[in-house]
Design a protein around this ligand. Sequence first.
Ligand SMILES: Nc1nc2c(ncn2[C@@H]2O[C@H](COP(=O)(O)OP(=O)(O)OP(=O)(O)O)[C@@H](O)[C@H]2O)c(=O)[nH]1
Ligand SMILES: [Mg+2]
Length: 233
Amino acid sequence: MEKTPEENQVIFKILYWGMAGSGKTTALNTLYRFTQENETEILPKSPVKSVSKKDGATLYFDRAIFQSRKNNNILIQIFTVAGQKQFYPLREQVLEGTNGIIYVVDSQKQLLEDNIDALKELKKATKGALIKKIPLIVMLNKKDLKGTIKRNKMIEILKNEGLWYDPPHKLAPWTPIVFETCALYKKRKNTYRSLLECLRRTIFYNLFGEDDEAPTNDDLFRKFFEKKSKKSH
Ligand SMILES: Nc1nc2c(ncn2[C@@H]2O[C@H](COP(=O)(O)OP(=O)(O)OP(=O)(O)O)[C@@H](O)[C@H]2O)c(=O)[nH]1
Ligand SMILES: [Mg+2]
């Protein structure tokens, strides 16, 4: 999270990560249009800026800036990475300073291994910070198509990668939610909801966690009582 001193603004950076063609750019464009046309919690502040190839694949990144409808001082920068394999160095650059990640899966069955590769690469690039310091949400995308990976399969993959925590583990409340999504505007499903959940978690980490880490119940109680005692002075 970045603070601009002159204006008391906070800027959160959210990133869509996933294999080439999984729907990251589509999700961002849908989000932009949806928040423009509806009374949502966030609204666009700048148009989507895309650096892409002729065929639509992202060449560097896409970026759009949103703002909280209730609090003008909260800005949200949303980026997508270029998913094609050769762009790994660029992905690492775009990842810098990210506060929350949405991992976008192309749920077509034949692409399972490519999706797992993208997740392994994300783990490598974030150096153990996923969930512990950077909230993670999963979009199981293209669920409008037939013959797609099931939610349980995705959960099994997260477990294999050590990205799933069951109670009583202190990180259990921050285990990724796997949203079944469609990023296409006309058939959209859970695109906005998944972003909002990622943003909600990002703000929680920032407000209640020690050093922006995943807040534990102890952190939440302590901050709550700190606030109470400040009020009573
Ligand atoms: N059926 C279906 N197609 C989708 C969905 N989301 C995206 N697509 C299509 O998938 C193709 C690739 O989408 P992009 O959004 O460009 O994918 P990307 O993840 O940004 O790809 P890179 O920039 O190469 O990393 C496009 O033809 C989209 O219309 C979805 O939920 N369902
Ligand atoms: Mg793209």
